[in-house]
Design a protein around this ligand. Structure first.
Ligand code: ATP
Length: 336
């Protein structure tokens, strides 16, 4: 039976990388009926909003989506699509695996870590007030429920994959209450379900320094929303950039798979963008659906294309001369 999967092409490079991912996933032999859904700047003209209700409802109904990057116009009163979608669907856990890839140059070897980011709280509450002229405040929200469920998610994720270290990045020395609560919950969950898993805590500035000194010492890095946003991009830089890091957002009912990168308007429409991050997100999606054979086939194929290193098949961001389409075609060819 075909899987019915929602596909949000998105804005900027979104449609190009989504088309490439669709092409590669279809070629893996898995049977998918794609349900195309609008979101982002491209949805405004037809729907008058960046996150149409039909898009949210369709993901709720089908439970799985592959999503390209979207742009939310700034200063026009729209709430961020990503934040809106994560809140509406309660996608509280963002998972970003960061690994070295064959043939992709990086300053580091043996990087194999996962950023687990709380996705619904922190400064992303969007609650800001102008107290008086020239004085504003932004509210950072942390709840025991939110901090506990993301900690639980991280330790369960570690257990299910035989990962034996979880490191929390925090700034509880300054934000004693909010980050203090995060630490309190993480420690408690470690005590309850973390047997056999090492647990440590690093103040985030030191954590970033340790990451760029020796990323191989990290396995799961767990943190609140804004830190996770920033550290995800930092980690992408450890293994070749934003073109090679996938992601998934999990809630209790739904999962939305998307690359870490944004809509990259600077390179949109030029057949330059690297579709690998979204293809890898598609592989995560196939594993989530239990389609492990198709997932493995795609992974072997892109590893082959990257290892062979034919510049015509590899995009510029990772040292090649090829385009989005050429890379997708090469991966399809490598699947035989
Ligand atoms: P947004 O506001 O949607 O997050 P942005 O431009 O702030 O967009 P990104 O879209 O993540 O941030 O892009 C950051 C940089 O990384 C840009 O120079 C972009 O061209 C590059 N980049 C992002 N994604 C890719 C990709 N898939 N392939 C190649 N380069 C990429």
């Amino acid at each position: 039976m075909a899987h019915e999967i929602c596909l949000i092409p998105g804005d900027g490079i979104g449609p190009e990388v989504a088309e490439a991912a669709k092409q590669v996933i279809s070629a893996s032999g898995v049977s998918i009926e794609w349900r195309l859904l609008p979101a982002g700047a491209g949805a405004i003209e037809e729907f008058g909003e960046v996150l149409p209700e039909e898009t949210v409802r369709a993901i709720e109904a089908h439970r799985v989506a592959l999503k390209g990057p979207v742009t939310t116009p700034i200063g026009k009163g729209f709430t961020s699509v990503n934040v809106g979608l994560r809140k509406r669907l309660n996608l509280y856990a963002a998972v970003r695996p960061v690994r070295n890839l064959p043939g992709v140059a990086s300053r580091y070897e043996n990087v194999d870590l996962v950023v687990v980011r709380e996705n619904t709280e922190g400064l992303y509450s969007g609650i800001e007030n102008e107290i008086t002229d020239g004085v504003v405040q932004s509210l950072k929200i942390a709840t025991r429920t939110g901090c506990t469920r993301i900690s639980k998610f991280a330790f369960e994720y570690a257990k299910s994959r035989d990962i034996n270290r979880v490191t929390v990045f925090h700034k509880a020395n300054i934000m004693k209450k909010s980050d203090g609560l995060f630490l309190d919950c993480a420690r408690k969950i470690h005590g309850e379900i973390g047997e056999g898993i090492d647990y440590d805590e690093l103040i985030i500035d030191n954590g970033c320094m340790q990451l760029v000194r020796d990323p191989s010492r990290f396995q799961i890095v767990l943190m609140e929303n804004l830190y996770g946003d920033i550290v995800s991009d930092l980690c992408a830089g450890l293994v070749g950039g934003l073109g090679v890091v996938p992601g998934a957002n999990f809630g209790d009912g739904c999962a939305v798979f998307e690359a870490v990168h944004g809509s990259a308007p600077d390179i949109a429409g030029k057949n330059i963008a690297n579709p690998l991050a979204l293809i890898m997100s598609g592989v995560m999606m196939l594993n989530h659906l239990g389609e492990t054979e198709a997932a493995g086939k795609i992974k072997t194929a892109y590893d082959t294309v990257l290892s062979e290193g034919n510049p015509e098949s590899i995009t510029r961001d990772i040292g090649g001369k090829g385009g989005t389409k050429e890379f997708a075609d090469a991966v399809v060819k490598a699947m035989g």
